[in-house]
Design a protein around this ligand. Sequence first.
Ligand code: ASP
Length: 311
Amino acid sequence: MDLLKTSDLSDEQLTYLLDAADRWFRFNRTVRTADDRLKGINVVTAFFENSTRTLLSFDIAAKRLGAMVTTMPVDASSVKKGESLRDTAMTIDAMRIDALIVRHGDPDVPAQLAEWMNAPVVNAGAGAGSHPTQGLLDVATIRRHFGKVENLRVAICGDIRHSRVASSTRALLERMGAEVRLAGPSALMHDDYDGPDGIDEAVTDADVVMMLRVQRERLESELGDAPGEYLSRYGLTGERFAKAAPDAVIMHPGPMNRGVEIDGDLADSERSLITTQVEMGVAVRMAVLDLVTSQKRAVADEKSATARTIN
Ligand code: ASP
């Protein structure tokens, strides 16, 4: 199976992934007795856009379950010689890999690859479109902290228009019964936006305040705000956060621009779940890799059982 967007997941698969992520989260914090369920599995990561958290956490997740991981050096590959995406996909597939983890600036690329390849494809962030594993890790972090997602008020603030995190996280939160409030500078909201007027309104009484980075790489023109100006107008300051619910928490998918969309002290405060999100990222990706490769492993198990019986 591929994981291209959150709506690919049935309710059963969603619950399975969140429960499994919780277990892997605990596993990663404790002794980590070896679990090599992905032994013999080849995972390839191909990141056409920059990444720290997602790339490393997929790599660590796969290795923690015993898989072999190969990173395609995109900048040093034949893509730079003009090879088409389809030829690249067919080349990688011919190596009989077991999963491709891809990040690309074009939102349609993961789905295209999935069409061309036999190996399961996992979308690790596609343009301004979707980022399903980030959505999963965000809801898993919230669920772990509050013990539920339903009826929580979640303010997602910042560059909504260009954020694949906003769309994937929002979709899962709403699916699980949370009230999602989106807010940001009007130039960074979708054209049909008709939510709260500003950040203050969105943050008021919120249980979770999730701040987003301005996606400068996707902006057609500069916003015009100096960093300090952005913070006071649209960012998370202490004064603004004081309007949230008394036990509210702060989230950010990273990378953060301290002093722009978030005050650095708040990011480091006890109310911040930002590093927990990173930790949950590894756990979620362990669960995802286990799920997307499970079909193939089942067939392999059956075949080796048959081979054992024959011999
Ligand atoms: N790391 C997240 C992403 O890849 C958020 C960001 O880049 O701002 O979408």
